[in-house]
Write a protein that binds this ligand. Structure first.
Ligand code: TXA
Ligand code: MG
Length: 372
């Protein structure tokens, strides 16, 4: 299959831009598109064949349900059998935006779309291209993140091409996704309501509307403990993973820096290609420790020899929005540069840090080193 890539400028778009994509969606074909969180791989939520195509294109296990995207709050009733007051209050406050709600599903919605469950995940995205695509096509768009299953989510069209070229019908290139981490998922079918996946909308923001909301246990676990099973089927898999082995260091800034430098030296001594995911605060220290590495140098440039680590600067500990927006991109960048061992600082906080660390812990397979 040939994958057509089209560009749409969100500041200057017209119906014509969406004609072909809308037609494809109505025919049960697949179109990847940008949202404010990550790119989505869209298909008609009410078409079983389209859902089957999504699972096949991603190599995704069929018990892992899809999120259905709508462009109007009123459409909640088209997908959910009942809409509790809490859902309307959350929608009013956070939609359109990076929040997904789990509700009991309407009978008519195929179980192929909901991974066999009687519940459905619903989101109303704020990205102008996503919104317009839903409106122009007249389709409720089922869309998981547009990555190959198990890989980091895609935040740019280039990532989607890398993972899905030849496997889907169209990619709408609308530039970078702003937030860079997937939506917060809230389950409203249980009491108390649960956060199944942390995201840009934090527990603090949600508690202003739902004071008793809690995290699903699996979200906050810090060790690999298979007895704690995630309620969101997709959260139980090893996920967001780069090809290299990621290790996360936490503790005081100096201890983390020294431990990472030591580990990098050991890795290089073993002849491995090594990477550092560096904060703005420690970037200069790493550069000073490994002066051979000039920015932009690849392992190939060094004749396959690891003269120094690949050091990627992710942002400041005090600006988590930037860290969040770059995480998946940089994990992919380590892959491009053939890195086998990645050492990262931890970016812990009560706010967006929860979402960042949830993704990093999974990417690392819970390989966390705590320095006392
Ligand atoms: O930001 C996002 O949410 C992006 C964009 C494209 O909207 N989408 C996204 O979809 O991240 P996906 O499929 O990669 O992640 C959906 C997660 C999975 O972990 C899945 O198991 C969970 O939501 N999920 C979907 N429906 C569910 C349901 N009925 N009950 C529990 N978990 C559900
Ligand atoms: Mg995903």
């Amino acid at each position: 299959m040939e994958t057509k890539v089209i560009k749409i400028d969100q500041k200057n778009m017209c119906s014509e831009d969406f004609a072909e994509a809308s037609k494809l969606l109505r025919e049960g074909r697949l179109v990847a598109f940008p949202t404010e969180t990550v790119y989505g791989l869209g298909g008609d939520a009410f078409d079983k064949t389209a859902s089957a195509r999504i699972y096949a294109a991603k190599g995704r296990p069929s018990d892992n349900p899809l999120i259905v995207h709508i462009a109007d709050i009123k459409d909640l009733t088209k997908l959910a059998s009942e809409v509790p007051e809490s859902a309307l209050r959350l929608a009013e406050k956070f939609w359109p935006g990076p929040l997904t709600m789990i509700l009991n599903k309407k009978e008519e919605l195929p179980k192929e779309t909901t991974g066999g469950l009687n519940t459905v995940a619903i989101r109303m995205p704020s990205h102008p291209i996503a919104k317009r695509l839903i409106e122009e096509s007249g389709v409720y768009i089922a869309a998981p993140s547009a990555n190959a299953s198990g890989r980091p989510s895609t935040t740019r069209a280039e990532h989607v091409i890398e993972d899905l070229d030849g496997r889907i019908d169209m990619i709408i290139d609308g530039g970078s996704a702003d937030i860079g981490l997937e939506s917060t998922i809230v389950d409203l079918t249980c009491n108390p309501p649960l956060i199944l996946r942390p995201g840009y909308i934090t527990i603090g923001m949600l508690r202003e509307i739902l004071p008793d909301i809690e995290y699903d246990k699996a979200v906050i676990k810090r060790v690999r403990d298979d007895s704690i099973v995630a309620k969101a089927p997709g959260m139980k898999y090893k996920h967001y993973a780069p090809k290299g082995d990621l290790t996360i260091y936490e503790g005081s800034r100096e201890k983390v820096r020294d431990a990472i430098i030591e580990s990098v030296k050991q890795g290089l001594d073993m002849g491995k290609s090594v990477g550092i995911l560096a904060s703005d605060e420690l970037y200069a220290d790493y550069m000073a420790a490994f002066p051979a590495e000039a920015p932009g140098t690849t392992q190939q440039d060094m004749g396959g020899k690891s003269l120094g680590p690949v050091i990627e600067q992710i942002g400041s500990h005090s600006d988590e929005a930037v860290v969040a927006s770059r995480l998946f991109d940089l994990l992919r960048e380590f892959d491009h540069r053939g890195v086998e061992l990645i050492y990262a600082e931890s970016f812990e906080s009560e706010a967006l840090g929860q979402a960042i660390m949830n993704r990093m812990f999974k990417a690392a397979g819970y390989h966390i080193v705590t320095l006392e």
